[in-house]
Design a protein around this ligand. Structure first.
Ligand SMILES: NC(=O)c1ccc[n+]([C@@H]2O[C@H](COP(=O)([O-])OP(=O)(O)OC[C@H]3O[C@@H](n4cnc5c(N)ncnc54)[C@H](OP(=O)(O)O)[C@@H]3O)[C@@H](O)[C@H]2O)c1
Length: 321
């Protein structure tokens, strides 16, 4: 198949590109370097190709408090990106199926995390604009399907983890931040301080498991589907597993109970997913974390060197987004 992939240089995009190439697809990669999607004409360079699928992964965001600090820019940039992709799809690629990503923070904390409630209530304040731009992406897909008969699939991933996460100075999703802190505690004897009492629970999906499940759903159309593991663990449980992999005593971890930790619990409903993929294959958390810790260690602590320069020191979240 001929596939246009936006967000091709991102964490998910790089993994997806590899999988699609292995499947024999012909991929056109889009990132801000070769095609700035905030520019209305950026996609016209691909008009001549008739795509079978458009995987739309591009989004302008980061973990931590980034959304809280950039709501105006996020609204302008993400609305432009999504509007330009959707209007090009409608005008130039109506034969293509658009597969795009929502976010678990699109859900209101007042409603169950079931697909039928995705547009109900209000998302949490700290992620409000980002969440609303993701909701608008769904509204756009629905509208273009209704008026022009275009086909889409809107997937809502839980927080993803695994090797191949970004290694630049961007803020880290909570699990990578936990790994970073524990490795720094181990190698540099820095205090490991986690936010909250550690009892708040979060769900993770390994990026390879997410992709396997997503590719199994590709034939579904004009609907939204959560992709989650269906189970959550406390920050304490994640920390214990990481400590075991790293060889750091869990007892040395301190908890700062004065810090904001967001929702106490956050797990996507997978009832709808299981209608399409009755037994989604997810690797055991222990195994996935071990692999991720080893990848992280190799990136930032090569051959167990302990030079500060090798390790990311930037502030990042312990509050999952
Ligand atoms: N990672 C998760 O845990 C998670 C969870 C739920 C949903 N999602 C969604 O899944 C998608 C992929 O996530 P990710 O973690 O792979 O994101 P990511 O690593 O932050 O990658 C973002 C991608 O968007 C591209 N992009 C940003 N601004 C652009 C612009 N103006 N023009 C063209 N491309 C632009 C980036 O290109 P450059 O590299 O050139 O900047 C990059 O390829 C996103 O839509 C995200 O909201 C992710």
């Amino acid at each position: 198949m001929k596939i246009l992939l936006t967000g091709a240089t991102g964490f998910l995009g790089r993994h997806l590109s590899k999988r699609l190439k292995e499947r024999g697809d012909e991929i056109t990669h889009v990132s801000s370097k070769n095609c700035d999607l905030t520019d209305a004409d950026s996609l016209s360079q691909f008009d001549a190709i008739q795509f079978d699928q458009i995987y739309h992964l591009a989004a302008w965001t980061q973990a931590g408090d980034f959304c809280l600090r950039h709501p105006g820019e996020q609204w302008i940039i993400n609305q432009k990106i999504n509007t330009h992709v959707l209007s090009w799809w409608q005008a130039k690629q109506p034969q293509a199926k658009l597969i795009c990503m929502g976010t678990s923070c699109g859900y209101s904390p007042e409603f169950p995390l079931e697909e039928q409630y995705y547009l109900q209530g209000e998302p949490i304040e700290s992620l409000y604009t980002y969440a609303m731009t993701k909701r608008m992406l769904l509204c756009g897909c629905q509208a273009l399907h209704k008026q022009f008969g275009l086909n889409y699939l809107y997937l809502i991933p839980s927080t993803l983890y695994g090797p191949g996460y970004h290694t630049d100075s961007r803020q880290l999703h909570f699990i990578f931040d936990l790994i970073r802190k524990i490795l720094r505690g181990h190698y540099f004897n820095e205090p490991v301080v986690l936010w909250g009492d550690g009892k708040q629970k979060r769900e993770l999906v390994h990026v390879d498991d997410f992709l396997g499940t997503m590719l199994n759903l590709e034939s579904e159309s004009n609907t939204l589907i959560n992709i989650g593991a269906g189970e959550e663990y406390s920050i304490i449980e994640f920390a214990k597993r990481i400590c075991k992999s790293v060889g750091y005593p869990f007892e040395k971890i301190e908890f700062d109970r004065t810090k904001y930790v967001g929702a106490r619990s956050k797990v996507l409903s997978v009832a709808k997913l299981k209608q399409f993929v009755p037994e989604p294959a997810f690797c055991p958390l222990e195994e996935g974390l071990e692999q991720t810790v080893e990848w992280f260690r190799a990136q930032f602590f090569p051959q167990e060197q302990t030079q500060e320069l090798n390790a990311p020191t930037h502030k990042s979240e312990t509050v999952p987004g």
